[in-house]
Design a protein around this ligand. Structure first.
Ligand code: SF4
Length: 64
């Protein structure tokens, strides 16, 4: 099964970086926190390098 990115919303500071960089995977929820709405919207490499690796508070994690 493919891995799915998951955002720890208690830690997310709503900087928008992951949403700007990978908009086909991440969006803001109603509370202004990032959420993954389409895990297949980009490749794992794209998600890793442009969202997970650049999140300033490291709150995006892979779920198996
Ligand atoms: S990069 Fe991290 S802190 Fe910024 S919006 Fe995305 S999940 Fe939240």
């Amino acid at each position: 099964m493919a891995r799915t990115p998951w955002v720890d919303k208690d830690v997310c500071i709503s900087c928008g970086l992951c949403i700007n960089n990978v908009p086909d995977v991440f969006r803001f929820d109603d509370d202004g926190k990032a959420e993954c709405y389409d895990p297949d919207g980009a490749s794992e490499v794209d998600i890793q390098s442009n969202a997970i690796d650049v999140c300033p508070v490291s709150c995006i994690l892979w779920q198996e």
